[in-house]
Design a protein around this ligand. Structure first.
Ligand code: AKB
Length: 342
């Protein structure tokens, strides 16, 4: 609990001096929406380790497993029910909102009306909520917020954004709405554009999820059929780096931030390169390629993500490279399969 122990911390970033008086700081009370999606459970674990078990409330409309329920506070929250959200913020004295609820790129294309409701109407609710109660609000964005007109290698923080998926459109909408609320109302809106985030949880309907599915299929069946071409390069990041980025960014003092929306990344690789690295750990497996509609989505996204502004402003630095990612995934997916059978 560094936040509680520190008294006065003075530090310098890019020759600017900042001081933080943390003496009287209590840990923030954090509400996570969409808690059973790709990042929620791991994020709650990470932040509970930092701020204490009771400080982080995980929420969703889905019934949790016993393991998730016993891990710490878990409640029902429907992001489309504004009054219900108000009640939660008041009853639990919430300070920070981490808004994960969203349909990802591939699944969003299969149900556009639902994606509009969850990704766009849901965003309207949480941003109003954050404004009304003075919350710090974090909303993830993505490489999917770019499109075929954007420069792909590298893709800078500020450039053309004309995505062709409803997921991407909803994320550009979230970025712009958040920036608008920041300038107009002083809302403490923070947003990171994540690359494909790789964790041992089963894939969740994204285009970058081949890089998760490949570990599950190869470990269970010894083979994987990839829905992207072997040379499709996309930016990626292990969940450890993603959660550290989120947490460091959420704690960065406002004076350090020149933007409300930052690109972050750890690496870029293709399916072929990933499979090559996996051979060291899993020598006998087959990979075949059968591109489907997700190829078109991947072809419109960044190949290499430029996160130099995050590195400059709040010291972002990835730690997990491709070899580490493969080692971690082989270990974690094996453990998950042994524990849960999936
Ligand atoms: C997806 O593929 O839809 C997500 C993302 C990159 O935002 N993983």
């Amino acid at each position: 609990m560094t936040l509680l122990r520190s008294i006065l911390s003075v530090f310098t970033v890019n020759s600017r001096k900042y001081s933080l008086n943390l003496q009287s700081k209590k840990p923030p009370k954090i509400l996570i929406t969409g808690g059973l999606g790709q990042l929620g459970v791991e994020c709650a674990k990470y932040l509970r380790g930092k701020y204490g078990r009771e400080s982080v409330i995980l929420s969703d409309i889905i019934k949790p497993t016993a393991e998730v329920f016993n891990d710490g506070p878990y409640i029902f929250a429907d992001i489309l029910d504004f009054k219900g959200l108000q009640r939660i913020v008041v009853d639990h004295r919430v300070d920070w909102l981490i808004h994960f609820s969203a349909l990802l790129s591939a699944i969003g294309e299969q149900n556009v009306p639902l994606a509009v409701r969850v990704n766009i109407e849901g965003m309207h609710n949480v941003i109003e909520l954050a404004k009304q109660y003075g919350l710090r609000i974090f909303v993830p964005s993505t490489i999917g917020a770019f499109g075929p007109d954007s420069p792909r290698n590298p893709t800078p923080n500020i450039t053309v954004q004309r995505p062709r998926t409803i997921y991407g459109v909803s994320k550009v909408h979230a970025e712009l709405l958040g920036e608008y609320y920041f300038h107009k109302f002083g809302l403490d809106f923070r947003c990171l554009r994540f690359p494909g985030v790789i964790s041992s949880d089963p894939p969740g309907g994204g285009t970058t999820d081949y890089a998760i599915a490949i570990f599950h299929d190869v470990i269970r069946k010894g083979r994987y059929e990839c829905y992207l071409k072997p040379d499709t390069m996309l930016p990626m990041m292990h969940v450890r780096d993603a959660l550290r980025a989120l947490s460091e960014y959420l704690e960065a003092p406002n004076e350090m931030l020149n933007r409300r929306v930052y690109n972050v990344t750890s690496m870029s690789f293709t399916p072929e390169e990933l499979a090559d690295r996996m051979v060291k750990h899993l020598p006998e497996f087959q990979i075949t390629y059968r591109p489907d509609s997700r190829q078109e989505i991947a072809d419109s996204w960044p190949q290499v993500f430029d996160d130099s502004e995050a590195r400059r402003d709040w010291n972002w630095k990835p730690r997990v490279d491709l070899d580490d990612l493969v080692t971690l995934m082989v270990k974690e997916v094996k453990e998950k399969i042994a524990a849960n059978g999936f």
